[in-house]
Design a protein around this ligand. Structure first.
Ligand code: SF4
Length: 313
């Protein structure tokens, strides 16, 4: 499944199922009309990461963005995140498209992907205006890293295809796609019943009803809250239970793709904590007052230079 070994995932989910119990029905997204889940304000819709990325303990980031209209400044790391996400999802989409070609096999899939590599990466770099935003040297570095991710995914897809073709006499193309790419990338879900954005984009939603959020920076404990937000939104929209989520940390180190996966049971506690953070974010918007800064701002906060002008980042 590209970023996670399928057998490893099955094992992890089995373990989580044996450790954790049921989710309280009252905390399922389809109960969005309840006092606990319904949004505190009408016609306000927040992004899941906007709520979950709790760099700022006083929620001043929400005040700055939503009341003062100060957009989060972008940094090299922000742009790197955009590009890693874009190249990952585009490669998966390309694999799906090529699998529908006749007489496809591993080497053909791989060489088709190779032919398309430059065009795809150029288009992504252009779309995000990378050279204008970062300059030549940093753009080139990111281009190489995108190529590394692209080739990594291409090799995996080709190897998986041949593995399956070696086992079966004949397979419908739909079956091949569902085995090799058992997921939707950038799955759009409407979270508005819960006060979330109408067009939330989930990085990966797998056939095992697993929500995957890809992160490209350092691991932070609050990343798990995004999984609860997406699970609640999916439940409110599809009315199916979503119990598991995964944070995939993706990086490139010296030309090698590094992946680390943290899998979570999206249980009562995680859901309650996400809802408390959501409600506090809405409170900040409702009050419209500057909540002030915490005693110490983390250097990695995206608003660091806005709230601490003159200080080195
Ligand atoms: S810089 Fe400090 S006050 Fe500003 S948003 Fe970040 S943590 Fe909050």
């Amino acid at each position: 499944m590209f970023f996670v070994d399928r057998l490893e995932l099955d094992k992890t989910l089995r373990q989580l199922r044996s450790i954790y119990g049921q989710v309280d029905e009252g905390l399922r997204g389809w109960n969005w009309m309840s006092d606990l889940l319904s949004p505190p304000l009408e016609n306000v819709h927040l992004g899941v990461s906007e709520i979950a990325n709790r760099y700022c303990p006083t929620f001043r980031d929400i005040y700055l963005r939503r009341i003062e209209g100060v957009e989060a400044p972008y940094t090299y790391k922000t742009i790197r995140g955009w590009l890693y996400h874009a190249v990952s999802s585009k490669t998966v989409q390309e694999v799906k498209a090529i699998l529908y070609k006749e007489e496809i096999n591993g080497p053909r899939l791989y060489s088709e992907l190779l032919v398309r590599r430059k065009k795809i990466i150029d288009e992504i770099l252009e779309k995000y205006k990378v050279e204008r935003r970062l300059g030549e040297a940093e753009s080139e570095k990111l281009r190489k890293e995108m190529e590394t991710i692209y080739m990594f995914l291409a090799l995996q897809a080709a190897a998986q295809l041949d593995k399956i073709l070696a086992k079966v006499k004949w397979a419908e193309v739909e079956d091949l796609v569902s085995i090799i790419v058992p997921m939707d990338v950038e799955r759009v879900v409407d979270g508005s019943l819960l006060g979330l954005s109408k067009e939330l984009r989930i990085d990966i939603f797998t056939d095992k009803r697993l929500v995957v959020d890809i992160k490209t920076g350092d691991a932070r404990d609050f990343h798990k809250y995004a999984l609860a937000g997406y699970a609640l939104a999916l439940e409110s929209s599809l009315e199916i239970p979503i119990d598991y989520g995964m944070i995939t940390y993706l990086s490139v180190d010296k030309g090698v793709v590094k992946i680390s996966n943290n899998t979570y049971f999206i249980g009562d506690e995680l859901r309650r904590e996400f809802l408390e953070i959501r409600d506090e974010a809405f409170n900040i918007i409702h009050r419209g007052e500057d909540p002030g800064k915490p005693p110490k701002c983390p250097r990695y906060c995206i608003y660091y230079n806005v709230c601490n002008p003159g200080e080195p980042p």
